[in-house]
Design a protein around this ligand. Sequence first.
Ligand SMILES: [Zn+2]
Length: 289
Amino acid sequence: MIGDQVTYEIHRLNFGSVTIDESMRLRGIAPGHVIDVPAQGFLVLGGPGPVLVDAGYRDTAVLGAGGSVGPGQTFEEQLAAHDVAPGDLSCVIMTHLHRDHAGHLDKVPLDVPVIVNRSELGNACTGIQGRAYALDDLHHLLDRVYTPGAIQFLDLEQSGPQEVLPGIVCHLSGGHTPGSIGIVVPTSEGEAYLCGDLFYDVEGALHSQPTGTFTAGVQPSALVVSDPALSNNFTTSVVEEIGAIKRALKYRFILPAHDDPGVLESGRYIGRIEGPVVPGPITPVKTDR
Ligand SMILES: [Zn+2]
């Protein structure tokens, strides 16, 4: 608690790795080198009941280039490590519904609501990104649509930000996919922004940017805000993606699904949290990066 405001701890869950081409993380990286990144969810504790944000992938077969689920990384095991069973969850909030995020929703009882931005499910069902959304995940979500109480829709484009639990506010992201959302969670050390796939590499996006050469002889970083580096995986426009990232810079912590949480101070990236919980110890950015 800070004053009357409830604060939360955010625990990182790892539902297995996803193999991607490294060039997906940042524009400008040459393709042809594959890496494994974690498919993370987050367990938000400190409120009336545990809240899950995102739910990994159902099976490596749905992934484009594969992945692997290591020991202790099943959906049930990741929750059980915090003494939580799927039926104990207050709700599951989805940043978006891609195949590496919506995979285990069918393991959550139907009386636990899944909170989804309506346009994200609508877009997914048009096939606009093909197999980036898994057919079985969409089947399950449609089962929820036809089961009273099993799904709760946000309409963030129309409503503006929505508080879904005390202090936890969902915002339209504006990046990654048109229906993606970001979830703001108050912690004892500032607000955390659970941003889905708006970032794949927070440090690369925010730290290694050239500061530009706006005016000869004048230190440009004092004059302009550098554009962030973008990922190679978004279906919004470039300007929308840049805007979505800039809106994220006001938060203390940025928690992407496939990278360590980033830490910001006055809008500047200062380091990452490599440990399992946010807030937690900060590893400062290397100044020579
Ligand atoms: Zn993802």
